[in-house]
Design a protein around this ligand. Sequence first.
Ligand code: FES
Ligand SMILES: [Fe+2]
Length: 449
Amino acid sequence: MATVSVAKTPSAPPVDFKNEPLLAGEHTLPASWWTSEKIYDLEKRAIFYKSWMFTVHSSRFKKAGDYFSYTVAGINFFIIKNKEGELKAFHNVCRHRAYPVVRKDEGSSVVVGCKYHGWSYNTDGKLTKAPHFDNVEGFEKDENSLYPINIHTTTQGLVFVNFCQKDNEDFVPFDDWFSGLSTELDEFDFGDYDYHMSYELDGDFNWKTLMDGYQECYHCPTAHPGLSTAFKMETYQVVPKSRYCRHYAEIVKEKVEIDNEEKDADEESSWFGFGKKKEAPKKVEKKQNPGGEFNGLWVYLFPSNGVNCYSPAWYSIRVLPITATRTILHYDIYTKKGLDDTAKKEFVDFLQLVELEDFNLCQLTQKNLNEGVYSTGYLHPNKERGVVYYQNIVAEMVKKHFAKEQEAGKSINPAFVGHAAKNPNVQELEAICNKLECGGSSGESKLDW
Ligand code: FES
Ligand SMILES: [Fe+2]
């Protein structure tokens, strides 16, 4: 059975925030940034290969060898629990001839064996077996470990990865990147929730199309009609922090009148599943807000992730760009320990309804962005503060990286890990390719410019 509700509750919206002067708004970035493949390629190098990105909660790894594999902005990797109980992340690329060493989305094995020629690695990424290589002169197993990826697990168990090489000048340690995030997340008891389910939506839109909607609730009264029954929409605030934004909304605490004779179950359900109608008695009654027990704790994590906590469940959204105009939305839902199946289903139903409403907004918005007649629009300085904030970071990171590449006269990929190619023949041949590609800005290039 569920443990008794703990004292942890998300804090209320800051009261003084709304009294800040209403400064002039800014405009969106140009629509071409939502449609251009060249811009998306540049965003990969400038943003996705330098950012700390949320992936999973550590509670999903039960024993040594448990792993999950992911693809984010074109990079395929996996996270595995080692024998010491630590989580490690590696590129899913065999050091022999680059076949993926892990083929499933999730699994468990303390030996990661490549199914091409049989090389094997342990949970620390060390090469343990390379058939027939024992007597090959100059071959060192120690020099052929899987390529590691930076990983950070917060005290709440949230797991982040960062593809940027540590010796790259643009690498930022987790605690500097998301300064203050961990303290903020302590307002929620992640340990009282278990993984429930995942699902995906495949969208014909740019990753920023979804983030634009995620970063404001200006659209909520018109696009999410069920939402205002549970939270006071006038209190909804998006407060920029350190590359993340805290979303606040005050819950409606007073009891509300429910007329059982006139309301049907759908109307009575909240936007996350509380308040299922009881069959009887058929009379007007007062009951607790169906919206749950506390103010929401919702966090946007630059560039394209979100963690949203409610009393019955919390869920993550990972916005995974595939091309400039195709994006997969991946949702993982974790429900409160002991929550019954009906309540779980109600939460999932409501979440999927709201997310589908957002998904449809994105589909039609992107269609118009693709038309090429619209360029930019005015953003509300308060209601769309979160959009202004994250788009500014996008613009700054892209501009900075672009300037760097212009100066160098070549594309720079911060995720490139092939520096170990010591063989002079390889270096010579790579230099030829570098010269041919020079001046192009294809993010597909894995060259060490
Ligand atoms: S590519 Fe993995 S063993 Fe050859
Ligand atoms: Fe929305």
